[in-house]
Write a protein that binds this ligand. Sequence first.
Ligand SMILES: [Zn+2]
Length: 378
Amino acid sequence: MSEQQQVGFVYDDRYLQHNPGLQRLWSTDSDLPFVEPTIHPSNYRLVMRTKHLLDFSGLIESLSRVAPYMATVDDIARYHTREYIERVQRICADGGGDTGEGAPAAADSYPIALLAAGGAMAAVDAVVSGEVRRAFANIRPPGHHAMQDKGMGFCIFNNVVIAARHAQASHGIERVMVLDWDVHDGNGTQDAFYDDPTALFFSLHQDRLYPAEFGLLDQVGEGEGAGYTVNLPLPPGSGDAAYLAAIENVVMPIADAFEPQLVLVSAGQDASTADPLGRMCLTTEGYRRMTARMIEIAEKHADGHLVIVQEGGYSETYAPYCTLAIIEALVGERTGIAEPLPLDGLRLQPQYGHVGASGEEAIAAIRAQYASYWPGLG
Ligand SMILES: [Zn+2]
């Protein structure tokens, strides 16, 4: 067990107030008849159950509370257009609606979206100032699909991009690395950093899941930023072994060459084996080990500066345990709490310990694609 580290934790009950409503179908403009609605997948329960699990396990006692604050319009405008920010405000003032493509806001969602972005910023402040060594931001609504001028995929403002730009503008950080392990591609983050060599972006995701037109292997960045968008599309069913192999064989050598001064993670626990929206079969142990690799990168290059920001995760029974494993890794402690899907059983799945043939092929293709930008891969 590693030495205990001071770890910051951002959370606020106001995050529970953002209500994306009910979901009757993926397309909400269908005419009758349709079956009974279900609660929206991006509802309040993920971050609430995560907080309860931290309380119940006692791990909360090992964390330092970092208070979130509201991002200002100027903070949000470091990525989003002012026209879009005003549109979100107007949609909420009018009682709520879609902020773009599948990113619903309710009447009171605007200030909560500002508090989500400000939560990621506060985590950056706490880490960079040395108040804590690492931090986890348990925030919502999520951010990584949000584009400059529209919400997408349950995301209103791109929290991780706004936090990265804040680190660069307010803390003198030059080189930021973002790794997105959400099962979906981080299209908004890719878009924000596409021509920017100061922000290295990795997206590990299920190949062509959502949005299908982003996160493709040939999307490598452009201009000065060519090679600094690193897409790692993996086949469905990849599992812990393939994710770890992709991190060790692609992410770590590139990070060594880039030498980030701050490491941010867009953490989607929707790559878990129990997720209703993803098919990537990660276990709590996979999340624990991926976090350990991020700590290694941050300790080696970034004076330990690591901020993990909550994105998706739709198994309300299992995803909070994946988050617990992440935070246990950040702290360097194991609570030993029993999991709803015991690891002993999950370890029998082939993808737990072995990279499948399709995973090997995908990782080889990724290495070949990026070798001309990053000689360490050659
Ligand atoms: Zn996702």
